[in-house]
Design a protein. Structure first.
Length: 302
């Protein structure tokens, strides 16, 4: 989809939107898969309601991209433009035990920045790729913690209300890899309240989590993290492994040899390859265990 109408282009320029035409989503996703469209980079949160109005006026569908680390995007020319927040400077402002963080900030850098200021709690998230906004939307978690536990306030674009709102932590429900945000809501900024901890102690926790992750997950390869959510009381990775499916592939889409719930792009996998692999594995697990695995990865298919 192209944002090419002259009046639209003028409107976008007036809102300070930077247009990157013909961007390949394979460059913006950790899986390295995805077709081409125009990327619109938002430099001012306040411009969003007007931007959405402008796109709708010109009948241009859109999707909102975070860090692209839990996402499988379809192949070819995509039928929507992509909206993404540009990173502001500074991305994080600290105030006592509160960290005010822009949604575009990198999650790992946020964890280490806070650690250096003796604010801990998020050690488990250290190797999780993506932005703070993406982590917030899906309530990312690992090693017994989840980001939702530290959220005190969220600034977001409420798609249903068509306006920017601020919610308190109590107004949001955070569950396992799920939140009460609407599907089209855009995370803009968050205030986290983090416990005080000496940097050295936090660093120790970070090292332990890094070590665990390195020993069990295929970190150097292109993936979207875990493909499926864990069903209650079980591990999707263990079930897939028990069926002997590590290494199973469709084209260059492959079940990781290291962790069976990670599906990697081992070369030039297409979205079609990856989707076929996902549905094949889901079917085999259902036949063997009677459990229908639910996607953790978000699929944007044309
Ligand atoms: N296991 C296997 N074979 C495998 C993978 C795992 O036998 O190929 C076994 C492990 O040996 C272990 C058990 O399954 O006994 C659980 O494995 P692991 O500790 O790796 O945890 P997981 O349930 O597979 C979850 C999260 C990860 C998170 C880790 C650590 C989900 C879907 N996955 O994985 O999150 O990093 O715990 O807390 O919730 C993600 O969400 O993208 C993700 C990677």
């Amino acid at each position: 989809m192209r944002a090419e109408h002259p009046r639209l282009e003028a409107g976008l320029a007036a809102l300070g939107i930077e247009v990157r035409s013909g961007t390949s989503l394979s460059e913006l996703t950790s899986l390295g898969i995805g077709g081409t469209t125009d990327l619109l980079r938002i430099t001012k949160h306040d411009s969003i309601p007007e931007l959405i109005g402008l796109l709708e006026h010109h009948d241009i569908p859109y999707k909102f991209l975070g860090g692209g680390s839990n996402l499988l995007v379809g192949d070819g020319e995509l039928p929507w433009v992509i909206l993404q927040l540009a990173k502001p400077d500074p991305e994080i402002v600290l105030e006592g035990n509160f960290a005010h963080v822009d949604a575009a900030a990198d999650l790992g850098r946020t964890v280490t920045f806070c650690a250096k200021h003796d604010l801990g709690g998020m050690e488990g998230l250290i190797g999780v790729p993506g932005t703070v906004g993406g982590a917030l939307r899906m309530n990312a978690g690992a090693y017994g913690m989840q980001i939702g536990s530290y959220v005190r306030k969220v600034k977001l674009y409420r798609a249903a209300e068509r306006k920017i709102e601020i919610l308190s932590g109590e107004q949001i429900s955070f569950e396992y890899r799920h939140t009460s945000f609407g599907p089209d809501d855009m995370m803009l900024a968050v205030t986290l309240e983090l416990p005080s901890k000496p940097f050295k102690e936090i660093l120790q926790g970070i090292r332990i989590c890094n070590e665990k992750r390195r020993s069990s997950q295929p970190l150097g390869q292109k993936s979207a993290g875990c493909i499926f959510k864990n069903p209650p009381g079980a591990s999707a990775g263990r079930m897939i492994d028990e069926l002997g499916l590590k290494g199973l592939s469709v084209g260059d889409a492959k079940v990781s040899d290291r962790h069976a719930n990670f599906f990697v792009n081992a070369g030039r996998a297409s979205a079609k390859d990856m989707l076929t692999l996902i549905s094949d594995v889901r079917g085999r697990v259902e036949n063997a265990f009677g459990v229908k695995l639910e996607n953790e990865v978000v699929v944007w298919n044309a």
